[in-house]
Design a protein around this ligand. Structure first.
Ligand code: BJ8
Length: 439
C-alpha cells in the first residue's frame, strides 16, 4: 500500500504528491537502515514497522474519513494541546512533521536562519506541502512557549488556520487561572469546528482514552528501564513507538502498546535482553525528537550504549501524568483538572522550573542509570540556558553528563558519535573501577 495507493486523496488535500513521494522514499530508506537491522527485536515491533509504511498513507485516509464525518483533526508541535477535548469530540489530535532537514531551505525564505530547526522544518513542510498531516488538519494548534514559535505562528497563519493558546511562563495562581480559561476557549474552538456543543460526558470519554494511552506508555517505560541487567527492547525502538503515539489512532495504538508490553514482560521473566549485561544505560534529557530525528539514539546504540528513558516531550514528559476525573460534575471542574495535569509539564519555558531537575535525579536513581545526555536543538534558548542549572545539579549528584547541541543536518553525526563514544568509555571505566572497589 503506502502513499502510492492514496495518491488521489493526497492530491485532493493539496499535498505536492511528487515531492512527497520522494520524501517518503527517503524516510523509509532511513528507517530500514536504522531500525530493521537491530538484533532480536520484539515480535510486536512488526506493527510499528507497518505503521511506518502507512504513516502518510492509510493513517491519512483514516484522518480524512474522520473529517468527512465532521470530526476535528488538529495538528500540533507541543504537548500542551488538550488532546482529551479533540479525542472527546471523536477526532484526531496528532503531531505534525517537523524533524527533517529537507524542508529547512524553503522555510528560510520566510523565517530567519538562526532559530530552532524544529520550527523551520515544520514551517518548510507547510510551504512545500509535503506533510499530509498538516494538509489534513482543520487547524494547527500553536502555543506561546518560546519566542520563536510565538512569532512564527503569525507567519504560518498566512498559509494555514492556526489557533494559538496562551501558555503562561510562570505557575502562580493568576497564571493557572488564565490557563484554565484558555482550555475552555480551546474547547469552544473545537465546538466551532464540529458545529455543535461538546458534552461533559464526551470530554470525560476523551480523558479516559488519553489516560489509557498514557498508562500504556508508563507501563512500557517501566519495562524498558527498571531491570538494570535486562533491556528487553532498544531505546531506538522505544523512541519510534513514542513518536508513533503522536500520529496513530488512539485506541489501536493503546492496544498495540499493551500487546508489546505483554511480550516484554515475558522477555524480562526469561532474561531476554537486546543488549549485553554491562551496557552503559543512559537517559536522554531535553528538547523533543520529531521523526525522523533518530540521530542521537543511533549514535548511542551503535557505539555500545543504550537509551533507557527520554526526559523529553517525545517521551516521559508527555505520558508521566494522567488526568484525574474522579468526582468531576461539570465543565468547569473538568477544565480545572485538565489545567492541573497540564501545568505539571516541566518545560523549560517556565521560570522557575526546579521541579524538572528533581524529577531527573529521581528518575536517574530509580532506573539505576549510568549517565545522562542533555540534548538541545540549536537556538532553543530555554533548554540551552536551563542546561547550566541541570548540569550543575548533575555534578552535585555525581551523575556523568554530556551536553549535545545539534540540528537536523547529518553533518555533525560523526562528531556526535565520537563524543558519545568517549562518554561511554568513561562510564564503562567508572563502572569497572566501581566493581573492582566493591570486591
Ligand atoms: S512542552 S519542549 S513540545 S514547547 S520549538 S521550545 S525546541 S526553540 S518544542 Fe516544546 Fe511544548 Fe516545551 Fe515540549 Fe525549544 Fe524549538 Fe521552541 Fe521547542
Amino acid at each position: 500500500m503506502g502513499v502510492e495507493a492514496h495518491k488521489d486523496l493526497l492530491s485532493s488535500i493539496g499535498v505536492d504528491v511528487e515531492r512527497h513521494a520522494k520524501m517518503m522514499g527517503m524516510g523509509l530508506e532511513a528507517y530500514k537502515a536504522q531500525f530493521l537491522g537491530q538484533p532480536n527485536r520484539p515480535k510486536a515491533m512488526e506493527y510499528f514497522d507497518w505503521f511506518m509504511s502507512e504513516i502518510q498513507g492509510q493513517r491519512i485516509a483514516e484522518i480524512n474519513q474522520l473529517r468527512a464525518e465532521k470530526k476535528p483533526a488538529v495538528g500540533t508541535f507541543c504537548i500542551f494541546v488538550p488532546e482529551e477535548i479533540v479525542v472527546g469530540a471523536g477526532g484526531a489530535c496528532y503531531g505534525l512533521c517537523g524533524g527533517s532537514n529537507a524542508t529547512i531551505a524553503d522555510a528560510e525564505t520566510e523565517l530567519p536562519r538562526n532559530i530552532c530547526p524544529l520550527i523551520k522544518s515544520a514551517h518548510g513542510f507547510k510551504l512545500q506541502r509535503t506533510c499530509a498531516y498538516t494538509q489534513s488538519s482543520d487547524f494547527i494548534y500553536g502555543e506561546t512557549t518560546c519566542e520563536a514559535k510565538k512569532k512564527a505562528w503569525e507567519i504560518l497563519a498566512k498559509h494555514h488556520p492556526v489557533h494559538v493558546m496562551n501558555i503562561p511562563h510562570m505557575k502562580r495562581e493568576k497564571d493557572l487561572k488564565m490557563w484554565q480559561e484558555e482550555i475552555e476557549e480551546f474547547k469552544e474552538h473545537i465546538e466551532g469546528v464540529i458545529e455543535k456543543p461538546l458534552s461533559l460526558e464526551a470530554m470525560k470519554e476523551g480523558v479516559r482514552k488519553v489516560n489509557a494511552k498514557r498508562s500504556a506508555l508508563q507501563r512500557l517505560d517501566k519495562l524498558r528501564s527498571s531491570n538494570p541487567d535486562i533491556m528487553p527492547i532498544s531505546g531506538k525502538d522505544c523512541l519510534w513507538i513514542t513518536q508513533v503515539g503522536f500520529m496513530d489512532d488512539i485506541e489501536r495504538y493503546t492496544a498495540k502498546i499493551n500487546e508489546l508490553c505483554d511480550e516484554l514482560e515475558e522477555r524480562v521473566k526469561k532474561g531476554v535482553s537486546v543488549f549485553p549485561k554491562d551496557t552503559p544505560r543512559l537517559m536522554v534529557l531535553g528538547t523533543p525528537f520529531a521523526p525522523p530525528n533518530w540521530k542521537l539514539h543511533t549514535a548511542v546504540e551503535n557505539t555500545g550504549g543504550c537509551v533507557i528513558n527520554e526526559e523529553s516531550c517525545i517521551g516521559h514528559r508527555y505520558f508521566k501524568d494522567n488526568v484525574d476525573i474522579e468526582g468531576v460534575q461539570n465543565d468547569d471542574e473538568l477544565y480545572a483538572r485538565l489545567m492541573e495535569r497540564y501545568s505539571k509539564i516541566d518545560c523549560a519555558c517556565f521560570t522557575p522550573n526546579t521541579g524538572r531537575i528533581d524529577k531527573i535525579v529521581q528518575m536517574y536513581k530509580e532506573r539505576q542509570a549510568d549517565g545522562v545526555i542533555y540534548y538541545t536543538l540549536s537556538f532553543c534558548h530555554t533548554y540551552n540556558v536551563e542546561s547550566h542549572l541541570v548540569t550543575e545539579a548533575m555534578a552535585k549528584e555525581g551523575i556523568p553528563c554530556l551536553v549535545i547541541e545539534s540540528d537536523y543536518s547529518p553533518e555533525d553525526a560523526g562528531q556526535i558519535k565520537t563524543r558519545v563514544e568517549a562518554f561511554l568509555e568513561s562510564i564503562s571505566f567508572k563502572k569497572k573501577a566501581q566493581a573492582f572497589a566493591n570486591k
